[in-house]
Design a protein around this ligand. Structure first.
Ligand SMILES: *[C@@H]1O[C@H](CO)[C@@H](O)[C@H](O)[C@H]1NC(C)=O
Ligand SMILES: *[C@@H]1O[C@H](CO)[C@@H](O)[C@H](O)[C@H]1NC(C)=O
Ligand SMILES: *[C@@H]1O[C@H](CO)[C@@H](O)[C@H](O)[C@H]1NC(C)=O
Ligand SMILES: *[C@@H]1O[C@H](CO)[C@@H](O)[C@H](O)[C@H]1NC(C)=O
Ligand SMILES: *[C@@H]1O[C@H](CO)[C@@H](O)[C@H](O)[C@H]1NC(C)=O
Ligand SMILES: *[C@@H]1O[C@H](CO)[C@@H](O)[C@H](O)[C@H]1NC(C)=O
Ligand SMILES: *[C@@H]1O[C@H](CO)[C@@H](O)[C@H](O)[C@H]1NC(C)=O
Ligand SMILES: *[C@@H]1O[C@H](CO)[C@@H](O)[C@H](O)[C@H]1NC(C)=O
Ligand SMILES: *[C@@H]1O[C@H](CO)[C@@H](O)[C@H](O)[C@H]1NC(C)=O
Ligand SMILES: [Zn+2]
Length: 486
């Protein structure tokens, strides 16, 4: 019997994948198996060798289970403007459908690069970081087939620790945008996730949950929690759009009971039910990462034989969701004199009262719908910079990011004249400070041309007057440096 099954599987695999035979089964993988599956994936490459994979851990639970992340992309490390997207499963240990779907997604992406144009494009234009399980220890306690309840949902706390509770809900254990003083506990799973986000700049994220069928977007926390009204972010248009991308491409996202009324299969978190210290709010408010919570199964822990159905329902929504990381604007923020990238610059879009931050490499991303926008960048020791740009309608099958690099002018070296235009002007006027002598500058300061993806970009920021000023002062530096040398 077993032999017959094996022959069948081998034949099936052979027919389906000819050269490469893998075939992940639709079953729940234990934590040990999950690690093995990911290790197996990391040894695979596509025929062209273009997909780069990396298996890394963001830390260990107190029981010693690694929190594995599988990264995959077909881009180079050097290419700028490629958004980091993360997908997180199994944050609640007894909601493991997402955990298995994410394993299948990795397999699907590896198998289809260079075979399917959509997948090729996706890996050409994103860096994906997949964390199948944020709560592996909770998963190990949960029971297959149990649709309700909290058995395995929480993280069990080290009895030796000073934490006063023994069971922590990870989705109630992050800093909150509205209640800064509220307690969060030093739980490995939360702190590892926070460190991960400090280390990498993600622009888009999904957390996969179970127990409902709805695409839930921030905020969950609310300053008016009791009234059941939405608690909207300044990017509500973008969040609703992202939620609809998922829900409208899912055949079944309509809520699980006739008591819930999720229009279009989406809901604002607080409008559904408000809670504090959730992971989605933390992603957005503390890291400028747009995270949505997708509730993808009415039963929290359905029998494994149901998994193919969930996989089929969620594949297209997931791919389209990831693709949206390529809408909006990206660029690099750098020091005009040294050309060095500026990390942790504050990036704001007019009419949206929220601050995002540039990455260690000066890159930033803002997912935005088509329209005209004004970007304002601030960094310590620099004059702030304001630029206008356009996000245009998607042409063709794939979105593309508007590219807007932002040079920043050292406020010690440059001083604005008293007649400088108001802060809304595109091209600030600059004069060279008297304290200039002895400062080492690169007089040849080359124009910055970074290789960025995307076929077209709309860069309406640099007006002619701005260019003239920049060139004028480049020449002026050159003369000054020459003067100093002589
Ligand atoms: C990993 O790959 C090895 C060798 O191909 C295979 O024997 C094993 O079953 C795989 N493990 C899992 C968990 O898929
Ligand atoms: C490529 O993959 C997408 C997403 O799974 C699918 O919708 C599409 O049909 C595939 N295209 C081909 C040519 O197989
Ligand atoms: C993906 O990138 C490869 C290598 O740069 C390129 O040859 C190919 O045309 C790209 N395909 C798509 C669909 O973007
Ligand atoms: C958080 O702080 C707010 C305001 O101080 C308070 O109303 C709320 O009950 C607190 N929540 C928790 C979980 O402590
Ligand atoms: C992220 O972590 C890696 C590996 O520990 C380290 O080399 C890198 O400098 C870190 N980057 C940032 C921005 O913290
Ligand atoms: C809601 O569903 C329950 C059970 O599925 C059914 O008995 C009830 O009549 C429904 N209520 C409405 C208003 O449709
Ligand atoms: C659901 O909400 C929509 C919009 O708020 C409303 O038009 C509709 O009547 C509601 N349906 C039910 C069954 O409550
Ligand atoms: C912007 O948001 C902050 C909190 O994030 C708030 O304190 C401030 O009042 C807001 N400003 C405006 C103009 O809405
Ligand atoms: C600006 O220039 C001054 C003078 O050379 C230098 O000391 C300072 O570090 C620079 N500031 C930044 C933020 O690079
Ligand atoms: Zn959950």
């Amino acid at each position: 019997m077993i032999a017959a099954k094996n022959i069948l599987i081998t034949t099936c695999c052979f027919i389906m994948f000819a050269a490469r035979c893998y075939c992940l089964e639709f079953e729940y993988h234990s934590n040990e198996e999950l690690e093995q599956v990911l290790r197996n994936f990391s040894t695979q490459t596509d025929d062209a060798g273009a997909v780069k994979t990396e298996l890394y851990s963001i830390g260990k639970t107190y029981k010693g289970t690694e929190l594995w992340v599988f990264e995959l992309t077909a881009t180079d490390d050097e290419t700028l403007g490629i958004p980091n997207v993360k997908l997180v499963g199994n944050m609640h240990g007894n909601e493991p459908v997402g955990r298995e779907i994410l394993l299948h997604l990795i397999e699907y992406l590896l198998d289809n690069y260079n075979k399917n144009e959509t997948i090729t494009w996706l890996l050409n234009n994103t860096r994906l970081h997949i964390l199948p399980s944020l709560n592996p220890d909770g998963f190990a306690e949960a029971t297959e087939g149990l649709c309700r309840g909290n058995n395995g949902r929480f993280v069990r706390v080290d009895p030796e620790s000073a934490i006063p509770e023994d069971l922590i809900d990870l989705n109630r254990n992050f800093p909150d945008p509205f209640y800064h003083s509220n307690l969060t506990f030093d739980i490995t799973e939360s702190t590892c996730l926070m460190k991960w986000m400090e280390n990498k700049t993600f622009s888009l994220s999904a957390a996969l949950h179970g127990g409902e069928l709805v695409a839930n977007y921030p905020y969950d926390s609310s300053t008016h929690a009791a009234d059941g009204l939405p608690s909207r972010t300044p990017d509500d248009d973008v969040f609703q759009y992202l939620a609809k991308i998922y829900a409208s491409n899912h055949p079944n996202m309509k809520g699980c009971s006739n008591l819930t009324n999720f229009t279009d299969g989406i809901t604002n978190g607080a409008e559904w039910y408000s809670f504090e210290r959730g992971m989605g709010d933390y992603n957005y408010a503390y890291h400028g990462c747009m995270e949505l919570t997708f509730e993808i199964s009415c039963c929290k822990y359905p029998k494994a034989k149901e998994l193919p159905r969930y996989w089929n329902e969620n594949l297209k929504p997931l791919l389209l969701f990831i693709m949206q990381s390529n809408t909006g604007v990206t660029g690099q923020i750098y020091d005009y004199l040294s050309n060095k990238p500026i990390a942790k610059a504050r990036v704001m879009v007019a009419q949206r009262n929220v601050t995002f931050w540039s990455s260690w490499n000066g890159e930033y991303w803002r997912i935005l719908l088509p329209g005209e926008y004004t970007l304002k960048v601030e960094a310590d020791g620099y004059h702030s910079s304001t630029k206008h740009f356009t996000v245009s309608e998607q042409k063709g099958p794939y979105p593309s990011l508007t590219i807007l690099d932002v040079p920043m002018y050292n406020s010690t070296v440059f001083t604005t004249t008293s007649t400088s235009p108001s802060p809304t002007a595109t091209s600030p006027r600059w004069t060279v400070a008297a304290t200039f002598s002895g400062y080492q500058i690169n007089a040849q300061n080359p124009p910055v041309h970074k290789s960025l993806p995307g076929v077209h970009s709309h860069y309406s920021s640099s007006s002619i007057s701005y260019k003239i000023y920049v060139h004028f002062y480049t020449v002026l530096y050159f003369l000054l440096v020459l003067h100093c040398v002589i």
